[in-house]
Unconditional design. Structure first.
Length: 501
């Protein structure tokens, strides 16, 4: 353990892909509860939970006194299967969503109350968002701040213009950005000097510019988000009552500043990320509270009766189909080249999903709240069932603890260790390794140099089929591959033994 909290490291090398806030919070959990593998996994989900409360707070700021919208907005957000799934994963974007909501809350406080408090909150959100995922936070909050003339004048219960004029409003935004930049640079500048020139260039320019101009990872066409958005809106996408309410919502945008703000919030980020070359599903997570707020307003104010059976039954039928898939996937060959671990799936977890789907088919309600509550349970049950059904299989095929423990035993004996091919640090925590693994096969001659300098070394390599011209010291199954560990003698005797087969 390096005890270096200024510059993140991975396998002994500086790690420039993300700022350190998530890693700091993980270490904070270890300080309180000791080193374990469960507190790091709780960080991002806890931010997702906090987002539900902040979404309710934003609804209260947008539509004061409209308690139905206040209560429904977080339920709608939780009901997005996309949001619920990512709430169970350790990623940066739920944290970024939290700071986006916090920044917009500060923006609304500044509009309604005046003073500097709201802009200070916005600045803190920008700074902490920058420490979470870099300057991307600005793409989520600045459009709404700069387009305040469009939404502020018709914000329900708010002043027609800033309490202290447009000039001071713009100065307040600049003040907030400066606060955010100062917070970000308070880490980036000393970290840049401590990490060296390459690390400094990466954190101050390379990562952001590389993804925006010509992504070095996740390159996708401009229309990609348009193609995948319908899937991200499930199960709300298949509830006709909601879409009828949204259709009636068109006229409300002319008079309601809260809806205008939500539209700017979502549409601006959607357009910007469509233009940027690097695209991932979770980049849009910070915009889903905006959709939840608009959906909640539409349902509370413009939803009519549910209509016939088929109009209200589609969410239930979708849930039943998912439950049936969980039941039959392990036993019915519906997927070509099924992984060998498919029989380990616990398919009976599909039954509770089917039960929830059947419950959705029952009842007809004059108000949307009871139906919303039922629909929200569907993605929660689906995600829970998928995790529980897959857990035994994934634990079996993704378990790296045996090899990590063996590597630790060799490290304790003083044996040099290396990894052939790109290394993601997957053994360091599991094995509590204290020294980095040498990475081979990345540069010409690095393999021979390591083997000659470390005749008692061990090399980890990855295969579909293990070469038969030598016998590995250890062999492990991982996913659809095999991990083999070779001694230096075998690697020297058989050149290119580490190449994938």
């Amino acid at each position: 353990m390096r005890h270096d909290f200024l510059v993140p490291h991975l396998n002994g090398e500086t790690y420039s892909h993300k700022p350190p806030l998530l890693f700091w919070l993980m270490h904070l959990g270890w300080v309180v509860f000791g080193v374990n593998d469960w507190t790091p996994r709780l960080v991002a989900p806890l931010f997702g939970l906090a987002c539900l409360f902040l979404t309710r707070s934003c609804a209260r700021d947008l539509w004061p006194g409209d308690r139905r919208v206040h209560d429904m907005a977080p339920l709608i957000l939780l009901g997005f299967g996309f949001w619920t799934l990512f709430s169970t994963l350790t990623m940066f974007d739920l944290m970024l969503a939290f700071f986006t909501l916090l920044g917009l809350r500060g923006l609304l406080l500044a509009w309604r109350r005046g003073g500097v408090g709201g802009f200070v909150l916005l600045g803190l959100a920008i700074g902490l968002g920058a420490l979470t995922k870099g300057p991307a936070i600005l793409l989520h909050v600045l459009p709404a701040a700069l387009l305040a003339p469009y939404w502020g004048g018709c914000l329900p219960g708010g002043p027609a213009k800033p309490l202290y004029g447009w000039g001071r409003w713009c100065f307040g935004i600049l003040f907030a950005v400066i606060i955010g930049v100062v917070i970000g640079l308070a880490w980036a500048i000393p970290a840049g000097f401590a990490g060296g020139e390459d690390y400094r260039n990466a954190i101050l320019w390379g990562q952001t510019a590389g993804r925006m101009v010509k992504s070095f990872a996740h390159q996708r066409p401009f229309w990609w988000y348009f193609a995948i958005l319908p899937g991200l809106l499930l199960p709300w996408l298949v509830w006709p009552s909601l879409w009828r309410a949204l259709w009636r919502l068109k006229a409300s945008f002319r008079t309601d500043g809260g809806l205008r703000l939500c539209l700017i919030w979502f549409a601006s980020a959607f357009a910007i990320f469509s233009v940027i070359s690097g695209k991932q599903l979770h980049y849009l997570l910070p915009e889903f509270p905006a959709l939840a707020l608009m959906f909640a307003y539409a349902l509370c104010h413009l939803a009519g009766t549910e209509g016939g059976f088929w109009a209200r039954a589609l969410p239930g039928l979708l849930t039943i189909v998912v439950g049936l898939l969980i039941l039959i996937v392990p036993v019915v060959p519906i997927i070509p080249r099924e992984p060998e671990w498919f029989p380990l799936l616990q398919n009976l977890w599909g039954l509770p999903v089917i039960v929830v789907g059947g419950w959705l088919l029952t009842g007809r309600f004059d108000r949307p709240e009871p139906r919303v509550f039922r629909i929200v349970l569907a993605p929660i049950m689906m995600v829970t069932a998928v995790h529980l059904a897959a857990a035994p299989a994934l634990n079996a095929v993704y378990d790296l603890r045996p090899i990590a423990r063996q590597l630790k035993a060799w490290e304790d004996e003083g044996i040099p260790l290396a990894n052939f091919g790109k290394y993601h640090g997957q053994y360091q925590f599991l094995g509590r390794l204290t020294r980095p693994l040498a990475v081979l096969g990345q540069n010409h001659g690095d393999e021979v140099a390591f083997l000659n300098n470390n005749p008692n070394g061990r090399v980890v390599a990855y295969y579909k089929t293990v070469p038969t011209r030598a016998k590995p010291l250890r062999q492990y199954r991982f996913r659809q591959s095999i991990i083999a560990v070779w001694d230096a003698e075998a690697m020297l005797k058989y050149p290119n033994l580490g190449d994938r087969h």
